[in-house]
Design a protein around this ligand. Sequence first.
Ligand code: 4AD
Ligand code: MG
Length: 474
Amino acid sequence: IAHIKGGPDEGLDRVGQTLVVMGWVRTLRVQSSVTFLEVNDGSCLSNMQCVMNSDAEGYDQVESGLIATGASIWVQGILVASQGSKQKVELKVDKVVVVGKSDPSYPIQKKSVSREFLRTKAHLRPRTNTFGAVARVRNALAYATHKFFQENGFVWISSPIITTSDCEGAGEQFCVTTLIPSSREATDSPVGAIPSTKDGLIDWSQDFFGKPAFLTVSGQLNAETYATALSDVYTFGPTFRAENSNTSRHLAEFWMIEPELAFADLNDDMACATAYLQYVVRHVLDNCKEDMEFFNTWIEKGIINRLNDVADKDFVQLTYTDAIELLLKAEKKFEFPVKWGCDLQSEHERYITEEAFNGCPVIIRDYPKEIKAFYMRQNDDGKTVAAMDMLVPRVGELIGGSQREERLDYLENRLDELKLNKESYWWYLDLHRYGSVPHAGFGLGFERLVQFATGIENIRDAIPFPRTPGSAEF
Ligand code: 4AD
Ligand code: MG
């Protein structure tokens, strides 16, 4: 079976071999004496060009129209050097078999189709060049993530999806409810148990076996319990936010990478975030060359140079107070007014990384405590906390992190000030009662990383099946 990976140059060493290719027909060109089939199996961006004369076994399937765009096929032939300019090798076909024919209504034809249209075809879009490339780069980023943390002695922790605590304290959680088994049978929905309040199929009061429970917004607090036992840990899993944001950088379901470092402060945290980002960027540049060339040509001109700079150069660091100064001095007129204490809006974030610092990632630290979560460590000034956000061009906030408040009395005070229910954080408070240590960590939104590394503009195109307000069809 031939998976000739890594672009058109490779495969030359296999010229003369008899190979089998299995994949999906991208295009078919029938000329008088010869037929060209472009076949792709998803292993790489390039298609295998298959050249077929009328004496090839199975050629009748070309004449009968069975071999058509979208069909899955099995092709056997000899690999030869290609005369064409697009590829170095091609397959001279001996035999072809249609494995699964494709109905003429196949919606992804050669003419380029918009990404908006493809979102309505999320089940077929991985068969396009763009979505194939995004899937492979996303996979490479996930692999590089585990590789980075494993090589640096971190232990991967599975944090729970169903939880009772609200890590960010922002009340953006989805609630878990229970279907009543007896009424589940009563449903006449064709798919089975589709909840419908109208039919009384859900007992909202029952929640999670009689207690309220939510989908997690972050695995951080759970990661902290393991960091204060195993030292350096990380999570990598799905998280959920019930914020009704229809933007190109928000999802209701997204994957988050959350390292947590014990015996560490904010400087260690920022160093870890920088080393991590540089490592994964270098990994995709080195290992996804063909896909990155594709993005460089078709999605974001210059992305390869931009990422090379990210991997090699130091990031900018400044305090929130300095960032506000910078914004106040900017000649630009912002829609949201700037003053000390305000949350940075995406227009501010973009100005800072794209204009003020010319595309360099920027880490902003020491935010006002009022706009940050309860667990962040208070600085000596009493006004700010040891928080840091990493901003990158096009995406804005890629990373949010902090040094955690390790002092029990400070933490209890903060929970009180924010009127958060101390009882529900009892186990978290225990960590500060028994062998507390300075520790720090951050969360990186994996889809935003995919956007950053591919140039894909909309976060809905950075995950196979995007969940956004009103959209969970596939
Ligand atoms: O800044 P956030 O809310 O931080 C936390 O959840 C911390 N508990 C992380 C930690 O310290 N362990 O989220 C972290 C990152 C953001 O910087 C952003 O990249 C991403 O998660 N993110 C989202 N990505 C897609 N859609 C959303 N709705 C997102 N909300 C946050
Ligand atoms: Mg944040």
